[in-house]
Unconditional design. Sequence first.
Length: 64
Amino acid sequence: MAISLSLVLLVGIILVFMIRNGRIKWGPALVAILFGFLLASSNIAPDIQKFLDSAAEAIADINP
Protein backbone atom coordinates (compact mmCIF):
# COMPACT_ATOMS: atom_id res chain seq x y z
CA MET A 1 0.00 0.00 0.00
CA ALA A 2 2.78 2.44 0.85
CA ILE A 3 4.48 1.80 -2.47
CA SER A 4 1.33 2.38 -4.49
CA LEU A 5 0.50 5.56 -2.58
CA SER A 6 3.97 7.00 -3.09
CA LEU A 7 3.86 5.95 -6.76
CA VAL A 8 0.53 7.73 -7.18
CA LEU A 9 1.99 10.87 -5.62
CA LEU A 10 5.09 10.70 -7.82
CA VAL A 11 3.08 10.25 -11.01
CA GLY A 12 0.71 13.01 -9.91
CA ILE A 13 3.59 15.42 -9.33
CA ILE A 14 5.08 14.55 -12.72
CA LEU A 15 1.69 15.15 -14.35
CA VAL A 16 1.35 18.55 -12.67
CA PHE A 17 4.85 19.58 -13.83
CA MET A 18 4.06 18.42 -17.38
CA ILE A 19 0.86 20.49 -17.41
CA ARG A 20 2.59 23.58 -15.98
CA ASN A 21 5.48 23.37 -18.45
CA GLY A 22 3.13 23.02 -21.40
CA ARG A 23 4.34 19.54 -22.32
CA ILE A 24 0.82 18.18 -21.92
CA LYS A 25 -2.46 20.06 -22.12
CA TRP A 26 -5.38 19.74 -19.72
CA GLY A 27 -7.49 17.62 -22.11
CA PRO A 28 -4.98 14.78 -22.56
CA ALA A 29 -4.13 14.96 -18.85
CA LEU A 30 -7.80 14.48 -17.97
CA VAL A 31 -8.00 11.53 -20.35
CA ALA A 32 -4.90 10.00 -18.73
CA ILE A 33 -6.40 10.42 -15.26
CA LEU A 34 -9.72 8.89 -16.31
CA PHE A 35 -7.87 6.03 -17.99
CA GLY A 36 -6.05 5.37 -14.73
CA PHE A 37 -9.30 5.25 -12.76
CA LEU A 38 -10.90 2.90 -15.28
CA LEU A 39 -7.81 0.71 -15.40
CA ALA A 40 -7.76 0.47 -11.61
CA SER A 41 -11.28 -0.96 -11.61
CA SER A 42 -10.64 -3.44 -14.42
CA ASN A 43 -9.76 -7.13 -14.20
CA ILE A 44 -6.13 -6.44 -15.06
CA ALA A 45 -5.54 -4.23 -11.98
CA PRO A 46 -4.26 -7.10 -9.75
CA ASP A 47 -1.74 -8.11 -12.44
CA ILE A 48 -0.48 -4.53 -12.68
CA GLN A 49 -0.17 -4.37 -8.89
CA LYS A 50 1.80 -7.63 -8.83
CA PHE A 51 4.13 -6.25 -11.51
CA LEU A 52 4.68 -3.02 -9.60
CA ASP A 53 5.31 -4.94 -6.38
CA SER A 54 7.86 -7.21 -8.04
CA ALA A 55 9.56 -4.22 -9.70
CA ALA A 56 9.77 -2.45 -6.32
CA GLU A 57 11.26 -5.59 -4.74
CA ALA A 58 13.81 -5.87 -7.55
CA ILE A 59 14.83 -2.23 -7.08
CA ALA A 60 15.07 -2.74 -3.32
CA ASP A 61 17.33 -5.76 -3.82
CA ILE A 62 19.91 -3.73 -5.77
CA ASN A 63 22.93 -3.06 -3.60
CA PRO A 64 24.75 0.24 -4.12
